[in-house]
Design a binder for this molecule. Structure first.
Ligand code: SIN
Length: 184
């Protein structure tokens, strides 16, 4: 029996999920969410750093009038439970699931889909919060974890956003400082 598209699950990704979804999906489209901005405020001790020497990865900060570009992925109803279990495991270092409205930005049309996303809020055990830009760059340059070097996380994210035609001055600024200084 064909699957009912209305029962599909949409996942919005704005960090590693933009360039390395690594889960079963039937469609992926550029999208934005409104009312947030992306910040390197979450510590990573299981992907881009280790306990005692966390890397810095992105989370979302509520910001009236803000917009955060990423990708939405449509997951078939039959794959729903397996995909969510895998993502809950992957994002277990401080991220929680939230419901959000994602706006598809493909081809000039703006269609709204209800999506789930993972965001790390203040109070989780790995939350780092704000820091001067030089401190963020210093920490990224010096961090590495089971998923690879923290520098690669930033460069991959910046390249994927650029390839989609999206602009995020904060991400591009961290990228350009990393490229200027190299890694340790
Ligand atoms: C996301 O990509 O949407 C969540 C944060 C991350 O895994 O980098």
């Amino acid at each position: 029996m064909p699957e009912d598209p209305a029962r599909a699950l949409w996942i919005f990704g704005y960090g590693s999920l933009v360039w390395r979804p690594d889960f079963d999906h039937v469609e992926s489209l550029p999208a934005v969410i409104r009312g947030f901005r992306r910040v390197f405020w979450q510590g990573s001790t299981d992907h881009r750093g280790v306990p005692g020497a966390p890397g810095r990865v992105v989370t979302l900060l509520p910001e009236p009038g803000g917009e955060c570009a990423g990708r939405v992925y449509r997951v078939a109803p039959r794959a729903r439970e397996q995909v969510l279990a895998g993502l809950d495991r992957r994002e277990q270092g401080g991220y929680e699931r939230f419901e959000v409205a994602a706006w598809l930005t493909d081809g000039g049309r703006r269609r709204r889909v209800p999506a789930l996303m993972y965001a790390a809020t203040p109070g989780n055990r790995n939350y780092l919060g704000p820091a001067p830009l030089e401190e963020i760059v210093r920490q990224v340059r010096g961090s590495c974890g089971p998923s690879g070097h923290n520098v690669d996380y930033v460069l991959e994210l910046a390249a994927a956003l650029r390839a989609m035609g999206a602009c995020d001055p904060h991400v591009f600024e961290v990228e350009s400082l990393l490229q200027a200084e190299g890694r340790q």
